[in-house]
Ligand binder design. Structure first.
Ligand code: SF4
Ligand code: F3S
Length: 104
């Protein structure tokens, strides 16, 4: 599976949703996650994210993000279409360690 990291928080560009062939992104208030049970590992979403927020679960940093994606994917609804990024997206793109800002 691929996973969404905290780089998505307060950006939520949603370009990833547009290209996912199996609609496995789930939507929270200020972040998306990938449902690991639905992701087919195609990898097309990874280069589409303007915030570089998507990693394969083989990445050295992926373990904690996989745990977060798994937990939140069970709670959040599916998002099937692209929408406008959050208003503050450009300002927050590239800011490190955004997990404290996650709205669960
Ligand atoms: Fe969707 Fe493919 Fe990205 Fe998985 S890797 S979330 S299936 S686009
Ligand atoms: Fe988030 Fe990047 Fe998708 S910012 S919504 S993972 S395009």
């Amino acid at each position: 599976t691929f996973v969404v990291t905290d780089s998505c928080i307060r950006c939520k560009y949603t370009d990833c949703v547009e290209v996912c062939p199996v609609d496995c992104f789930k939507e929270g208030e200020n972040m998306l996650v990938i449902d690991p049970d639905e992701c087919i590992d195609c990898g097309v979403c990874e280069p589409e994210c303007p915030a570089d927020a998507i990693l394969p679960d083989t990445h050295a940093d992926a373990e904690r993000w996989l745990a977060l994606n798994t937990k939140l994917a069970a709670l959040w609804p599916v998002i099937t279409g692209r929408k406008e990024p959050l208003a503050e997206a450009e300002e927050w793109n590239g800011v490190p360690d955004k997990l404290p800002f996650l709205s669960e």
